[in-house]
Ligand binder design. Sequence first.
Ligand code: NAI
Length: 330
Amino acid sequence: MKIAFFSAKPYDQTSFAAANASYQHELTFFEPRLMPNTATLASGFPVVCVFINDELSGATLRAIAHTGTQIVALRCAGFNHIDLSVAQALGMTVVRVPAYSPYAVAEHAVGLILMLNRKLYRAYNRMREDNFELNGLLGFDIYGKTVGVVGTGKIGQRFAHIMQGFGAKLLAYDVQENASVLQLGAQYVPLSELLAQSDIVSLHCPLLPSTHHLINAESLQHLKPGAMLINTSRGGLVDTPAVIDALKLGQLGYFGTDVYEAEGDLFFEDRSDTVIQDDTFQLLQSFSNVVITAHQAFFTQEALGNIADTTLANITQVGAGQPCPNEIQA
Ligand code: NAI
């Protein structure tokens, strides 16, 4: 099938070209994000393949449906950025990649924890200036600390497993309990209790209306003073101005995040020559106890290979009129 890729980066072209050897689809890569004013690029393509910051609003979907697109293939797990009811009304099929490497994201969350706790960013910079001082690098043992896992699905479960290896005590919060996480010795508790008892809280639930700003001014008040918050899920789980206030008060001791609510206008591009207009983001960046990465938690060789393979398999199945287990219903 003819597939138009949006937000396509060189690494997407490499991984999809390699996986396509087994599928033989016709791949066309476009750099721009898909949004109403780039929708004409999809003209004549029965399939569009998009990523997390493409804008799949009703207006975009109507525009691409009008010019012949019938399948929207998300090359990601989250689907909070597509208006599914409009897609369904237009008779479009939407597929996604529900799992490609829970290890990648869970391991990145651990990387953020170690970076903040052991101040590795500061140590790296000091070393380059021949500054061998230890002052300001003091960390804490994770062994024996309490780690709260919010959302214990594929990634949260993997993260809990790693933290158990560190010798941490595990608390968990989810709308449904996961037997494997219970087997690790985790105890499910209400969110307020998890926040009050945990030294480290890591978010691994999807962005839904029920989880939007799960971490806000009110929930941050429950936090154990000086605790660490890690977000490798979606920026919208966190009310960033409330996090900034909690950092200023010392209520929140550390914040590590791979995602940001308004990341669509920032991430995945080199903006080093521009003046960043997002004052909230710039303020967040200025804290020495904050580490931000630009949505790279998924970015491993294994994950890219799995994303490409599953996406092309999804498209092949839908194109052949076969049932696809990765189809999303409104
Ligand atoms: P999953 O579907 O396996 O697990 C999600 C868990 O969240 C489930 O156990 C579910 O019951 C739970 N949940 C749902 N509503 C909840 C609520 N209101 N409160 C607490 N828990 C709730 O998903 P998976 O694969 O573990 O991914 C989790 C999230 O990680 C994704 O939704 C996505 O937003 C994010 N992600 C981030 C990536 C990155 O590169 N930073 C890459 C891949 C995923």
